[in-house]
Design a protein around this ligand. Structure first.
Ligand code: NAG
Ligand code: NAG
Ligand code: NAG
Length: 301
């Protein structure tokens, strides 16, 4: 683990150097984009994202402590998704409190070497759903590891709860996987838009062509990519050449969870995460909506 931590610190320092030139603009909270954002729902979904880090039995029995208490009515018919080859995981199930099927993708667990390998595998590969789109290979493969289970299990939930809503969420690597799940779940949902899609601390998933394609789809009625202050992960992999990654739209940026948020104007907005001069605060990555994600994920195994 020590080696991994050292690696992360070195990697993040390099990243900081590349972003030092970006200057932070004024501190006014503003809304330049008109897209729907339901903060209370996003907060509830952050609870599901955090719960996805817990052990399968604690998720299925909904006794995972604080992450589960965020949504105290829990999840019925929970299915734990796991691919041991890729070390990708998540869960799906029905939330009676929301009358919604929830699909939550787990992020990088600090002790999973395979997850770190997925994260740093920044080679771009051709993305089969759109022409000339390229995506981060590690995130896409991590998602593909769960795709078969989603295709097998989501329709069972849909059959049992045909009129319920569908919500998708994830944090970190799980946020990247949640983005990749959009076209798949959209299709499984009878080509009907997903009701809400909120993720937290997402890295960049694809290139400009992927961004352009994604923004033209109607995968979700409402979606947002929530970022917290100097969280380093949204800055990875880099925008700069030769990486040339770019975020999908609908960034929602928080300086803190006790102050107003910004609905950001463009996928890379200088008033939001992209304008943070030294984005290397790892605790910001692990404190969305005020929980201590690291402490919770260690205690809910
Ligand atoms: C968030 O969860 C709480 C607790 O289950 C619930 O009362 C509330 O209605 C939920 N809010 C939204 C917007 O889903
Ligand atoms: C796990 O992922 C690999 C690589 O995508 C895939 O070949 C395999 O079928 C997956 N296993 C399960 C159980 O889904
Ligand atoms: C998405 O919805 C808009 C408005 O209803 C429509 O014009 C557009 O063609 C749809 N895009 C796709 C890819 O279906």
């Amino acid at each position: 683990m020590k080696k991994i931590q050292l690696f992360v610190i070195v990697a993040l320092s390099c990243l900081a150097a590349t972003t030092l030139l970006l200057l932070k603009k004024d501190q006014n909270y503003y809304q330049t984009q008109d897209f729907a954002y339901n903060e209370k729902l996003a907060e509830n979904l952050s609870g599901f994202s955090l719960a996805s880090y817990c052990s399968a039995s604690k998720i299925i029995n909904w006794n995972c402590g604080a992450p589960c208490q965020k949504n105290p009515k829990g999840i019925k018919d929970a299915y734990y998704m796991l691919n041991t080859t890729m070390d990708s995981a998540g869960f799906m199930g029905y939330s009676p409190a929301h009358d919604a099927i929830i699909i939550a993708f787990r992020g990088t667990i600090p002790w999973s070497k395979k997850n770190w390998i997925s994260d740093i595998n920044t080679i771009k590969i051709k993305y089969p759903r759109c022409d000339n789109c390229y995506v981060h290979q590690g995130f896409y493969k991590a998602f593909l590891g769960l795709q078969t289970q989603i295709i097998a299990e989501f329709p069972k939930l849909k059959a049992k709860y045909p009129n319920s809503k569908v919500f998708v969420t994830g944090h970190s690597l799980g946020a990247a996987m949640s983005t990749h799940s959009m076209p798949v779940i959209y299709q499984l949902n009878g080509n009907k838009p997903i009701d809400a899609f909120y993720n937290f601390g997402s890295p960049r998933v694809g290139d400009q062509t992927f961004h352009d394609w994604f923004s033209k789809q109607n995968f979700s009625k409402e979606y947002g990519r929530i970022n917290h202050r100097a969280d380093p992960v949204p800055h990875l992999p880099p925008k700069s050449s030769p990486f040339n990654f770019i975020h999908i739209d609908h960034e929602i940026f928080y300086h803190s969870f006790s102050s107003p948020y910004l609905l950001c104007a463009q996928s890379e907005d200088p008033d939001c995460a992209d304008g943070v001069p030294i984005p290397i605060d790892i605790p910001d990555h692990f404190s969305y909506f005020g929980y201590d994600w690291v402490a919770e994920m260690f205690t809910c195994q």
